[in-house]
Every structure is written in structure tokens, then in C-alpha cells.
Write a protein that binds this ligand. Structure first.
Ligand code: 4AD
Length: 483
């Protein structure tokens, strides 16, 4: 039966890897099939004529044979190609793009299961190894690699990071999907400053506008600092919503945990009564996503724990072993005031926690993630819910602090009581700007709350990466917008 099917195939016809067809390909050796290197390394096309496309990672010449490795970004591992000296192969250099046709065979080398015996090798794009900034078999420092945002995806470390980032994105989406959240595309351009911190990038057209209307949108418009307020609108009908997109802050900071453009995961949940309801979702999302990344990207994650951030595996595993601790802001202040550390910033009740405080608190609690709840009312944005029953004036807000990074998530219950929200907005002179937001409290208001997690800080946390610029494809920060 297979033979009958094979007769109808011609050279160049597309063959998928569905069961049955891979067997057909086995019988049909002379039809070269384009195979990703991850597939070749799983042996799926064993014995078949395959075409491999990618970039040369190493070249070793012996008397009888030429050995080289090709990588196409589908896995950390490269595929070994053997070319006999009779083949007249072209000059291969590190970094050049090649297309190889040959037969996929079992390898006798203990470190690689499969290899390709080349029948034809074509150079697709040459690469001058002297001018190419990365050198064969050398692990370059992150500072050096960062200078080449257009080429750094060619290094093992950065391509691993990109695969992990992609898997973590998928893991977060699947977490929310499996827990009944609806994904909302919140706008990138908005006319409000959700956080009220004034760290906005204004958006205007470069072409001239008419003389009466200076603004393209007729009002000042900005790149979003958070999708929270738009999510709150949607949670008023869909109950559980989330968004995962770029956010922008004109923070004049060169720190290792701030970017001007970063990705934020935000969730908003209606009929939520307590901060603990929010901490449960944050913790569960963190655990589930991390476990999925570890399971799906084991080799890439290993590369980090072995060569880039040695020792971080233990820290990361410890984070998932125990339930995260919850302490109040007042207890946190107490811990800071009792410590013998010389902090640069004040630790009086009412002051915001700084990175040095956050890192100290995490260490103090066993170098494990901690939630800090019930911050002073006056240091939280207008939307945070007033804890009226507390002796000190606090808001039902919560931050998740994690090892090496400090603040990973920020969230709160939102003020759903019309009178209290109106008073606060009036005091800030914002009642006209946020009339639509007050409307949400007029028409079927419910207790609700949500949080935002910095996605780059999440990657820093699970991989132990010191600088946020090393976990995003194209970092934007003050005085730097390369490419
Ligand atoms: O604490 P933030 O400012 O909270 C909000 O924006 C809320 N409106 C979110 C919500 O409740 N829906 O920011 C949330 C998280 C921080 O905890 C941090 O991890 C990250 O976003 N973040 C940054 N990450 C990189 N660069 C920056 N400049 C960041 N600013 C905040």
C-alpha cells in the first residue's frame, strides 16, 4: 500500500510529518524533505533524504572528512554534518548561512544521536569570520554582546533566551485561558495616566496639524503606562480578564530593572473581596508558568543555570517549593527599622519601599518571594481601595517581591465605592478626566481587583539574570533606542 502511495509523489512535493507519511518518506529516500534541526535531532526523518538550512557554528577538517555543525534556532543543539573530501564542499566559515542536502543517519558519536551525511552543500550567505563580532566557541560577556542588538540572536545564550521568552509568553497565555480569563487587547495609545506618576511619552503626528487643533487626537495622547483602567472596564462585563502587551514609562533610569518599553501581564478580577484572592492568582500563575518553561525548554534553561548564572537553579527551585510568605507593609517597616543595615533611603512609616529595602526583605525572609500588603494610602494611586478599618490609613494594595529583582508584581483592590472614589478624584482635581471611570461605579459596580507583572523582571527572576536589557530582544531606555 505504501509503495502505491509513493509512486504518486514527485520530487519537491511537500510531505508533512503526520503518522504514516513519515513512513512513506522513509521508503521514498530520494525526495529531499526540508527538516528543522530540532526535528532531525529527534530522529523523525531517520534514513530519509533531508535538506537542512541554517548557520555554521563550527568547522573541523580531517584528512578524509569535513565535520561541521549547523544551527537553525529551532533548538540549542546544532546538527553535525559530515562531508567526505570527495564532495568538493565550498569554504565554510563560522556564521555563514548554508543549505545542506544529505541523508540523516544515526551517529556513532556518544554526544549526538543523529548526523547528516552530506551529498550537496551550498553557501546561501557568506560570513567573514574576522569581521563577525562573535568568535567560534567563545562565551562573550553580556556587556559585549549587548553592543550588537542586530546580531546577538546568533549567540547560543541569546537564542536560548528568546526561546525561553517565547515559551514563557505561551505559558502565561495558557494559564489565563485555562483559568477562564478573557484576553483583551488594551490600547497602546491612551489619553490617561493610569499610575498618575507623570512618566508619559506623548504621541503626536509628525505631519503638521491644522492651526486650530494642535493635537492629532484633539487631546493630548500618550503611550500606555498600564492597561489596568481599560481592563477594569472589561471586567465590569466579562468578570475575569487579562492583557499582555507593551507598556511605556519615561523613567529617566539606567537601572538594571527598568526599561522605557517593557511587557506587562495584567489581570483584573470582578467579585474579588480580599488581597489574598489576588495573591493566590499571582502565585499560581508564577508557579504554573515557571514549571511549563522548565519542562518545555529544559536544555535552554540548563544553559543558563550551568554557564550564565551558575547556582541559580537552587534559588529558582527553592522559590517553587514553599508557599509565598505574606507580610504587611507595617511589619516590613518594622523589619527594616530593626535591621543593622545602613539604608540610603528612609525607612519611616509612610515612605515607599525602595529597591534596597525590597531586596533586604526578600533576604530576611529566606531569599524567597514575599507579598507585602496594605501600603500607606497616600503613596498609592487614586484607584487603590481604602482600608477604612485599619488603625493607620492604608490601601488594600500588594506587591510581590522576589530574589535578585525586588518588585515583580504590583496590584490592589480597586475603590468600587462611588462616594470614596469621587472624594479622592476631586481632591486630586481629576473628577472630570475620570468621569467615565466614576460611571463604572454608577452602573453595577462590584468589588474587584487586579495586578500587573513585569514580564522582563519575571524572566530575570527565574533565570537569575542581573540586567533587564539581557532579557528583551531590543531594549529601550533613556538615551538609547538602537535599531
Ligand atoms: O507596579 P506597577 O507600576 O503597577 C501598575 O502599573 C498597575 N497599574 C498594574 C495593575 O494593577 N494592573 O507596575 C507593575 C509591574 C511592576 O511590579 C514591575 O514588575 C513592572 O511592572 N515595571 C517595570 N518593568 C520594567 N521597567 C519598568 N520601567 C517598569 N515599571 C514597572
Amino acid at each position: 500500500m505504501f509503495r502505491a502511495a509513493v509512486k504518486t509523489l514527485s520530487v519537491g512535493s511537500r510531505v508533512s510529518l503526520s503518522p504514516g507519511l513519515s513512513e512513506i518518506r522513509h521508503y521514498c529516500r530520494k525526495i529531499p524533505t526540508k527538516v528543522r534541526i530540532s526535528e532531525a535531532l529527534s530522529g523523525v526523518a531517520l534514513g530519509a533524504d533531508v535538506t537542512i538550512q541554517g548557520w555554521v557554528r563550527s568547522v573541523r577538517s580531517q584528512k578524509e572528512n569535513l565535520f561541521f555543525h549547523v544551527n537553525d534556532g529551532s533548538s540549542l543543539q546544532s546538527l553535525q554534518i559530515i562531508a567526505s573530501s570527495n564532495l568538493n564542499s565550498p569554504l565554510l566559515t563560522f556564521g555563514s548561512a548554508v543549505e545542506v542536502r544529505g541523508v540523516l543517519k544515526k551517529s556513532t558519536h556518544p554526544k549526538q544521536p543523529f548526523e547528516v551525511e552530506a551529498e550537496d552543500i551550498q553557501i546561501v550567505g557568506e560570513c567573514n569570520p574576522v569581521e563577525f563580532p562573535f568568535k567560534i566557541k567563545k562565551r562573550h560577556s553580556p556587556e559585549y554582546v549587548r553592543q550588537f542588538p542586530h546580531l546577538r540572536c546568533r549567540t547560543n545564550t541569546f537564542s536560548s533566551l528568546l526561546r525561553i521568552r517565547s515559551e514563557a509568553t505561551a505559558a502565561i497565555h495558557s494559564y489565563f485561558k485555562e483559568h477562564g480569563f478573557v484576553h483583551i487587547h488594551t490600547p497602546v495609545i491612551t489619553s490617561n495616566d493610569c499610575e498618575g506618576a507623570g512618566e508619559l511619552f506623548q504621541v503626536e503626528a509628525t505631519c503638521p496639524q491644522d492651526s486650530e487643533n494642535h493635537h492629532f487626537f484633539s487631546v493630548p495622547a500618550y503611550l500606555t503606562v498600564s492597561g489596568q483602567l481599560h481592563l477594569e472596564v472589561m471586567s465590569g462585563a466579562l468578570s475575569k480578564v487579562y492583557t499582555f502587551g507593551p507598556t511605556f514609562r519615561a523613567e529617566n533610569s539606567q537601572s538594571r530593572r527598568h526599561l522605557a518599553e517593557f511587557y506587562m501581564v495584567e489581570a483584573e478580577i470582578s467579585f474579588t473581596q480580599s488581597v489574598e484572592d489576588l495573591t493566590k492568582v499571582m502565585e499560581d500563575m508564577f508557579r504554573t508558568a515557571t514549571e511549563q518553561v522548565w519542562a518545555q525548554c529544559a536544555e535552554d534553561v540548563d544553559l543558563f543555570y550551568k554557564h550564565v548564572t551558575p547556582g541559580h537553579r537552587e534559588t529558582a527551585e527553592a522559590m517553587l517549593k514553599k508557599k509565598f510568605t505574606i507580610i504587611s507593609y507595617s511589619d516590613a517597616i518594622d523589619i527594616l527599622q530593626r535591621s543593622s543595615e545602613n539604608f540610603v533611603f528612609p525607612t519611616d512609616w509612610g515612605c515607599d519601599l525602595q529597591t534596597e529595602h525590597e531586596k533586604y526583605l526578600v533576604k530576611h525572609c529566606g531569599n524567597l518571594p514575599i507579598f507585602v500588603t496594605d501600603y500607606p494610602y497616600d503613596i498609592k494611586p487614586f484607584y487603590a481601595r481604602d482600608n477604612q478599618d485599619h488603625p493607620q490609613h492604608t490601601a488594600a494594595a500588594v506587591d510581590l517581591l522576589v530574589p535578585g529583582v525586588g518588585e515583580l508584581c504590583g496590584g490592589s483592590l480597586r475603590e468600587e465605592r462611588l462616594d470614596l472614589l469621587t472624594t479622592r478624584l476631586e481632591a486630586a482635581g481629576l473628577e472630570d478626566t475620570y468621569r467615565w471611570y466614576l460611571d463604572l461605579r454608577h452602573f453595577g459596580s462590584v468589588p474587584h481587583g487586579g495586578f500587573g507583572m513585569g514580564f522582563e523582571r519575571y524572566l530575570q527572576c527565574i533565570l537569575g539574570i542581573d540586567n533587564i536589557k539581557d532579557v528583551i530582544p531590543f531594549p529601550r531606555f533613556s538615551h538609547s533606542c538602537l535599531l
